[in-house]
Each structure stands twice: as C-alpha cells, then as structure tokens.
Design a protein around this ligand. Structure first.
Ligand SMILES: [Fe+2]
Length: 220
C-alpha cells in the first residue's frame, strides 16, 4: 500500500478513490469481523428532512436543508463497550500504525498529526448522507481543513453506493464507493453527499457497507 503514490490532493481535486487498495479476500474478512464484533455496538444516527423546510418556507427558491443522514455508527471517542470491542479486534492498532499515516500523507500531500480520530459506520439499504461540507470553523485545529480516510468494506450483496462531490461549484463528480476494499481520501471541507445504498436484487437482508473512518488533523 505504501508504494502507491497518488497525486496529492488539492482544493480543486479534494477527493481520491483508490479501488482495490485492500485485497478482496481481506476486505470480505474485515466485513465479517466487523459484523460479528461491532454490529452489537452500533447506534442509529438519523437526522431527517424537517417538514418545516417546506411548511415554513415563505419565498420561492429559498429552501434550506441542513445536513440530513441515516446510518448506524459506533461511538469510539470514549472508553466503553464499543471502544473495547474495537480495541480487541486491533482497529486502533491498524488505524494508528505509522504505515497507515504515511499512506494518508502520501495521498494527501500533507504531514498529518499521528493522533487521529477513529469511527465506524455501517450503511444498510436506503442509508445515505445528504449534502454537507464537514467544515468545522469552530475548531481551531480543523478550521483550515483536515483529512479523512475511509476504508470501504461492502458486503457482496451491495449493488452500489455513490459519493457525489462538487467541482467548480457543481455536483458533477461521482464515484461508486461500494467497490470492495477501496480507500477514499478526503481533503475537507468540500461539498459532498452519499447516495442511498442499493442492494442486489433479493439480497437486501445481507446488504451492508462498513466504513472504517480515520480523521487526521494536519501536523502542527
Ligand atoms: Fe462527509
């Protein structure tokens, strides 16, 4: 993985998708392990479209939509049962290894802080994230940008799920992030959204996409 040298991300090209970065068998094993150990520790994360976004609208073409999403996540910020389960399967050891940071630095083209945040997400059929920027202007360390790295681990029953992002002010770019074992690197903030996960015909019950997410601040 370290030998791979993608072009560094820029404000104009803030997103890199590296398909097949994790071998197919390894990715399937990771999906199985996450399903067994982390699924019991997931909590629903659901922010729906507020009805007032229509009923409270008084002027034409003045609609506003805050970030909406539906998926499940395991909270790993504090030491609890989810944290212990993630630690037991080596999730933090993998994400906080120097090799993983060097990979992220090579793609992002920036030195990154070794103390990254780790999250786990799981999308089921119909789960998605609406348009948002991931801009954190109130956080002094993140306000000038930061880097997210997503390990994408869909089950074989997933048909597709797209990451759509803005280039030159338009949502013109689209990547199927449900290809197995792909790694996505984001130089945030920029506008993006994740389309509803779609299952292959008749396989909705076993369609899911796990995402292991590392958030790197820039090195001081
Ligand atoms: Fe995002």
């Amino acid at each position: 993985m370290l030998e791979r040298r993608e072009p560094a991300l820029t404000a104009d090209a803030p997103f890199a998708w590296i398909p097949g970065a994790i071998g197919r068998e390894t990715a399937a094993a990771m999906d199985g392990l996450l399903e067994k150990t982390m699924a019991p520790h997931l909590s629903p994360l659901s922010d729906a479209i507020p009805p007032e976004s229509i009923t409270g609208q008084t002027r034409n073409y003045q609609e506003r939509l805050r970030k909406v999403a539906r998926l499940r996540t395991a909270y790993l910020e504090r030491r609890g049962k989810a944290w212990a389960a993630a630690d037991r399967i080596g999730l933090f050891a993998m994400m906080r290894s120097p090799g993983f940071r060097q990979f992220a630095e090579a793609v992002a083209g920036r030195r990154l802080d070794p103390k990254l945040g780790v999250q786990v997400l799981r999308y089921a059929p119909g789960d998605y994230q609406g348009p948002h920027t991931d801009h954190h202007p109130e956080n002094p360390r993140a306000k000038d940008g930061y880097v997210d790295v997503h390990l994408s681990l869909p089950s074989a029953a997933v048909a597709d799920q797209f990451l759509v992002y803005a280039r030159d002010g338009h949502f013109s770019e689209m990547v199927n992030v449900a290809a197995p074992g792909g790694i996505a690197v984001y130089r945030l903030p920029f506008w993006h959204y994740t389309t509803p996960l779609r299952a292959k015909r008749g396989q909705a019950a076993v369609a899911r996409r796990w995402v292991i997410l590392g958030t790197f601040l820039y090195a001081k």
